[in-house]
Design a binder for this molecule. Structure first.
Ligand code: E4P
Length: 218
């Protein structure tokens, strides 16, 4: 399973990359705004800065919602760096644009996915990644993990090459369940990646090992 970090914060991206387990980054317009990044040139420079930290797979989201606008913006984003994956919303013109990007060899991440039907459309259009939002489904009392399992099953039935990128992950159990189901990628905040480290028996066990070592070496 690949780990992407879901942030536009350079410090957090560096921290996850330094841990040695990071395979990519996802951003969205809200995450960019949270970092105070605005204006086309600043946005592009920020994406470039992210690309300079990680080895591959930096999702950069288009703002346009019409076909021509998505294509124009997506091509500009793709020019920033070979590591860029153009993130396109699951809307009618988005699906058309994904098909066009796919024919042109530009990688895409279809975002804001909340149903299996949307997942089928994105795969048929040739999306490189599909981002079902688990946490936001949970927020409206639908089990987001059920969608990951449903999409995994459908994609396996037909051998679709689109990778299932579980998004809107809120805690470690989301991530672990996604791994059990067989999501190809999980994108999550730095906290969730770091929380995977934690176990009280690890802490107490290490404390005892170090205390015993100290006693024996006094
Ligand atoms: C994914 O690409 C999205 O940026 C993200 O996972 C959304 O997460 P949220 O629901 O926590 O905002």
């Amino acid at each position: 399973m690949q780990f992407f970090i879901d942030t536009a914060n350079l410090g957090e991206i560096k921290e996850a990359y330094d841990l040695g387990v990071l395979d990519g980054v996802t951003t969205n317009p809200s995450l960019m705004a949270k970092e105070g990044i605005s204006g086309a040139d600043n946005v592009k420079a920020h994406y470039k800065a992210i690309c300079n930290i990680v080895d591959n797979n930096v999702s950069a989201e288009v703002i346009a919602t019409d076909f021509d606008g998505i294509i124009k913006e997506g091509r500009e984003l793709a020019k920033i760096d070979d590591k860029i994956v153009v993130k396109v919303p699951m809307i009618k013109d988005g699906v058309k644009a994904i098909k066009k990007f796919s024919s042109d060899g530009i990688r895409t991440n279809c975002t804001l996915v909340f149903s299996a039907g949307q997942a089928i459309l994105a795969a048929k259009a040739g999306a490189s990644y599909l981002s079902p939002f688990i946490g936001r489904l949970d927020d409206i009392s639908q089990d987001g993990l059920d969608l990951i399992a449903q999409v995994r099953h459908i994609y396996d039935n037909y051998g679709y090459e689109t990778e299932v990128l579980a998004a809107s992950i809120r805690h470690t159990m989301h991530l672990i369940k996604c791994a059990e189901i067989g999501a190809d990628v999980a994108t999550c905040p730095l906290k969730v990646i770091m929380d995977l480290l934690k176990h009280p028996l690890t802490d107490s066990g290490l404390e005892k090992f170090l205390a015993d070592h100290k006693k024996a070496n006094q």
